[in-house]
Design a protein around this ligand. Structure first.
Ligand code: CJB
Length: 832
């Protein structure tokens, strides 16, 4: 099967098969050459930033050679390729990963040492490429890594945001957003490709024409045209055989269009809308799991989809001319959530209006080309665009969407004759006071496959979100459980553990993660337990130094490092963690001999700038942290740390040092989670609910090696049906009551009583929508059990080892193999 082929192709490879090898002397020479002739400086003047650029340029030389070979090979073999459409790619830093994938990390390290430079310092100079918000964007980045590693022809398409996700500062406990300028001083990886610029029409009106044959022809007269300039980021696979591309579009104003308008006497069409073309790719919307509903956001989506489709079609035509019959054999487009769903009517427009195919032929091509991944069930995240907005920006597309819907509803009528309730529910157009286009429904109707991202999530997509679709098209809804790349999330970020693993079981695990299972044999071995925990200890010491550096807070490295890192969202329940920390604090104040192992609670989280309660939670964490950290009665036992500006490169420092991984979302709300996988892979024990991929992690590691608590999905549903009243818990649990009441005082915010009250209100009068209080008791019990388990050094070490050992399933190589087998039907193409 395709899956086996894909698996074989990865298993067969390891980094030392790289076709390009460089000696230490050659690397050194190349770095110095770039220092001189690319940067115009020299060894004596160069600072770490210059060394970073020169080292990156030296690597990029090798990268580009493999890129050329890959592209030639794919062209000659006329390969079918996957085109991953995503508004977000959260790439992080590239230098360290590229070095690892070329198996040149150690050599480069040694070369730089001879030049008197520390590679670790050089790596710190690289700004993160933060062109994404969270899990969805990082998943896209991990997938690109796996696709290249598995020699699969693939291209990522997205937006070349000038400003990625905002930089977070904390001032007096509150989040402040600052612009992120990741390419302000140049980016050594990206290549501008002016030869592949595309033009994108916007606004204007549609003219209906009648051809001689009586055929109706639609002509869109755009009111505006913008240019899309492609920037290519090479994606190096592990072993550096295949180098694929991430192509990001930057918007620019189209000169000739403005010139035209000018020449026609400054005539401005009544329907012409002016947008500052450059603003389209200016900034990433910082909302995670909420739709922005802003016109510019829709324009961003259409902009990158239109550029990408034109690019794909140009490449297809070069090989196949005007023969459209093979298009869907060569091209599969994966829609990363509904953000690129407008690509469906755009391809229809091209095929019907430009190529002049009949509707059914065009629709046949479309529905064999697109596949859609759903990443969330949260209603506030499901995109709906006002019909009026689409009409204005994309007048032809709204007609096409109506036509798609009309034909689709005839199908619904056949299946459920006369059933208007089902029709209203499935319709792509929502007939509310303001008519809306449901992008999820459009995506399901226009795709040949739809998938969720973990078993439980896919089940809920099938049963709750799109139940009738399953009846209409049995088998179309599938599951592909998420994964993470072990190259970045173990090999590169945790060198000490990687080395220990290598010594024990060999070095094949990065391309075949199931091999980690061999570590299970040593889980009871005292020597190995000691070695494993010694690595953890060293990583904790490194993180402690970083915490000191970033916040000034000293932490005890013998304490439990308990980490919750993810976007700030009520459903992720950082506030459940916080009220439990407050309860521990209170227990210690009331009973100084209260028995608990010292514990450092570490948070990292950005809140969407307009999400007030999320920002209030950050503020509360910081205020509680201030109080506890400065209270000599308890600060040798509890510390609370909020690390500002959580991002990929900070995650790489935190994850290797974690003892405990907090994955505590309300059951049914976290589609999968991927941080849970990264932490467990690095030997952290999960305390978590039966939600998303936690369920599958629990299956892999076994009940003894994870702390599961809280309601199941069914119990959550049952409680909501019955009617959940948080006051019932408030009045029956003294600890909960005391802690919530504490938030109303000025204990944590001296002189400002009520500064934390919004948190209490959300969990009481606000109805506690994510049921923190309902899960509190169970969470508290799980924490007690965890505390006891940590005291038994050998038991804990065994648990940690087994967590690492059992993470094989969660490599993104397995996710990609599943996509290849279940959806994409791709064949690997070896690049010699
Ligand atoms: N996800 O990061 C986002 N943003 C969204 O708008 C919707 C979902 C996350 O996607 C990840 C990758 O599939 C999931 O692991 C995570 O549960 C989900 O919240």
């Amino acid at each position: 099967t395709a899956k086996e082929t894909a698996r074989k192709s990865t298993k067969a490879k390891s980094a030392d098969t790289s076709s390009i090898t460089y000696s230490k002397a050659q690397i050194k020479q190349s770095i110095v050459k770039h220092l001189h002739s690319t940067l115009g400086t020299d060894e004596n003047k160069a600072n770490n930033h210059a060394w970073w650029k020169a080292t990156s340029a030296a690597m990029q030389e090798l990268v580009l050679e493999r890129l050329r070979t890959t592209q030639k090979t794919h062209y000659i073999n006329d390969t079918r390729a996957v085109h991953y459409f995503s508004a977000e790619f959260l790439m992080g830093r590239l230098l360290s990963n590229n070095m690892h994938n070329f198996n040149l990390f150690e050599t480069a390290d040694a070369a730089l040492k001879e030049l008197g430079v520390e590679l670790t310092d050089v790596l710190e100079e690289e700004p993160d490429m933060a062109l994404g918000n969270g899990g969805l964007g990082r998943l896209a980045a991990c997938f690109l890594d796996s696709l290249a590693t598995m020699d699969l022809p693939a291209i990522g398409y997205g937006i070349h945001y000038e400003h990625g996700l905002f930089r977070q500062e904390i001032k007096n406990g509150a989040q402040i957003e600052r612009p992120d300028s990741w390419r302000h001083y140049g980016n050594p990886w990206e290549i501008c490709r002016p030869e592949s610029i595309q033009e994108v029409p916007l606004f204007g009106y549609v003219e209906t024409k009648y051809g001689a044959n009586g055929r109706v022809k639609k002509e869109w007269h755009p009111g505006n045209i913008v240019k899309g300039v492609p920037w290519d980021i090479p994606i190096v696979g592990y072993g550096a055989k295949t180098v694929n591309v991430l192509r990001l579009w930057q918007s620019e104003s189209s000169d000739y269009f403005n010139w035209d308008v000018f020449n026609s006497g400054g005539y401005v069409d009544a329907q012409r809308e002016n947008i500052q073309a450059e603003t389209i790719s200016k900034v990433l919307y910082p909302n995670d799991e909420t739709r922005a509903g802003k016109e510019l956001r829709l324009i961003q989506q259409y902009f990158f989809c239109a550029c990408s489709l034109k690019d794909i079609i140009r490449r297809y035509k070069r090989a196949h001319g005007d023969d459209w019959s093979r298009f869907s054999e060569q091209v599969v487009i994966q829609l990363n959530d509904t953000h690129p769903a407008i690509a469906i009517p755009e391809l229809m427009r091209i095929l019907v209006d430009r190529v002049e195919l009949d509707w059914d032929t065009a629709w046949g091509i479309c529905t064999k080309t697109f596949a859609y991944t759903n990443h969330t069930l949260l209603p506030e995240a499901l995109e709906r665009w006002p019909v009026r907005m689409i009409e204005k920006i994309l007048p032809r597309h709204i007609e096409i969407i109506y036509e798609i819907n009309h034909r689709f509803l005839s199908l619904v009528e056949k299946k459920w004759p006369g059933n208007n309730v089902i029709k209203a529910k499935l319709s792509i157009i929502e007939e509310s006071t303001e008519k809306m286009v449901r992008m999820g429904n459009l995506s399901v109707v226009g795709s040949f496959a739809v998938n969720g991202v973990a078993e439980i999530h896919s089940k809920l997509v099938k049963e709750n979100l799109f139940p009738e679709f399953e009846a209409l098209w049995p088998g179309k809804l599938k599951n592909v459980t998420n994964g993470i790349t072990p190259r970045r999330w173990l090999k590169a970020c945790n060198p000490l553990l990687s080395e220990l693993i290598g010594k024990k079981i060999g070095n094949d695990w990065p391309s075949d993660l199931t091999r980690l299972n061999k570590l299970s044999e040593f889980a009871d071995n005292t020597t190995f337990q000691n070695q494993f925990m010694k690595v953890k200890q060293k990583n904790k010491e490194a993180l402690a130094a970083e915490i000191k550096h970033l916040t000034g807070i000293s932490v005890d490295t013998k304490a439990i490092f308990d980490i919750q890192i993810k976007r700030l969202h009520e459903y992720k329940r950082q506030h459940l963690n916080l009220i439990h920390i407050m309860a521990l604090y209170k227990r210690l104040l009331e009973d100084p001999s209260y028995d608990m192992h010292p514990r450092v609670f570490i948070f990292g989280a950005k809140a969407a700038p307009g999400y007030t309660l999320a920002k209030d939670i950050i503020f509360a964490i910081n205020k509680v942290a201030d109080k506890i950290n400065n209270d000599p009665r308890v600060n040798h036992i509890i510390k609370v740390v909020f690390l500002p500006n959580y991002r990929v490169s900070l995650a790489e420092k935190m994850i290797p040092a974690a003892d405990v991984s907090q994955q505590i979302s309300t059951a049914g709300k976290e589609a999968s989670g991927t941080g849970n996988m990264k932490l467990a892979l690095n030997g952290a024990i999960t305390i978590g609910t039966l939600d998303g991929a936690n369920i599958e992690i629990a299956e892999e590691v076994g009940d003894d090696n994870i702390f599961i608590f809280g309601m199941t999905v069914d119990e959550v549903t049952e409680l909501s049906k019955k009617g959940y009243n948080p006051f019932d818990i408030y009045y029956h649990n003294n600890e909960v009551k005391a802690v919530l009441d504490w938030l109303d005082t000025d204990y944590f915010t001296p002189g400002q009583p009520g500064a934390l009250s919004s948190l209490k209100n959300s969990m009481l009068s606000g109805g506690d929508p994510y049921m923190c209080l309902a899960d509190y008791e169970s969470y508290s019990e799980a924490n007690r059990a965890l505390n006891i388990a940590y005291r038994d050094k050998s038991r804990w070490a065994k648990m940690a080892i087994l967590n690492t050992a059992k993470m094989g399933k969660f490599t993104s190589d397995r996710s990609i193999a599943d996509y290849v087998e279940r959806i994409w039907k791709l064949t690997p193409c070896t690049v010699e």
